[in-house]
Design a protein around this ligand. Structure first.
Ligand SMILES: [Zn+2]
Length: 261
């Protein structure tokens, strides 16, 4: 599932491909992915326009359309972007296709259809409407501490709560807690200031390193938990067995020796 590093990678991809290219046509192939806008309205708004830039907030990507409005992408479980020329290169689960006057296309590929496309006049309006918390890459320690320290939920579910910290999901919350030596079920409000500092600095470092590696798990350092997310894998720190547990319907990976409860 795309998290902050994936979405930041999509943002850079979008900026390196579609800027200042005139939209010729829009094909909504799956109406289900539209959120609060009709296919006709979206076509009308986009055709003959150009993208001027892109912003990311949490797991959302915003593409600026001629300073008039923003096209919003949320990647759900399986979403991604592909810019290509020949239609034979169209991704298999294309849900939304923009064709540019230069003959290239941008596809929003999303196998499981949990991804969403929306429009908003201002990025800040959308962040408010979705009640998103502080962006994980932008938040400072003072705000981070204020947002987290009194939370009664588990450390993992709090980090994953987009209305507290936006951008961290199942995979990166596991990595952050692993590198901080904190069990995923530990209650947030029982953690010390040093624990919070450790979570904060690990979160920043891990997200930045993941972005540098374009969120490709195979390119992350071998000391990370992410490349070792499999049944029976060995903890890169202590060589003990990596374990899983179910939390809020998601599977958490952790090392019971390095992350004691
Ligand atoms: Zn371990």
């Amino acid at each position: 599932m795309p998290e902050l590093p994936d979405v930041e990678t999509f943002r850079r991809y979008l900026e390196s491909t579609v800027l200042r290219k005139k939209v010729k046509g829009v094909d909504v192939k799956s109406l289900q992915i539209l959120d609060g806008v009709s296919a006709d309205k979206l076509c009308e708004k986009l055709v003959s326009k150009e993208f001027l830039g892109a912003r990311r907030y949490g797991k959302y990507l915003f593409a600026n359309v001629e300073d008039e409005f923003w096209l919003v992408f949320h990647f759900g479980m399986t979403g991604s972007l592909k810019y290509f020329k020949e239609m034979e290169d169209e991704p298999e689960h294309d849900r939304f296709l923009i064709t540019f006057e230069n003959g290239f296309h941008l596809a929003f590929d999303c196998q499981r259809k949990f991804g969403r496309i929306a429009v908003t006049p201002k990025v800040e309006d959308y962040i408010k409407k979705k009640r998103l918390g502080a962006d994980a890459l932008e938040v400072d320690f003072k705000s981070f501490k204020r947002l987290l320290e009194s939370r009664r939920g588990s450390a993992k579910s709090t980090l994953m709560n987009q209305q507290v910290i936006a951008g961290v999901g199942n995979i990166y919350s596991d990595e952050i807690l692993y590198q901080s030596g904190i069990h995923p079920k530990t209650k947030m409000n029982t953690l010390s200031e040093d624990n919070l500092k450790s979570i904060f600095s690990n979160m920043k470092r891990i997200l930045k390193i993941a972005i540098e590696h374009r969120a490709n798990p195979d390119e992350l350092p071998g000391t990370y938990l992410i490349p070792n997310r499999s049944e029976g894998a060995k903890c890169p720190k202590c060589s003990g067995e990596v374990k899983t547990l179910k939390m809020n319907g998601r599977t958490a990976y952790f090392c019971p020796s390095c992350q004691k409860q």
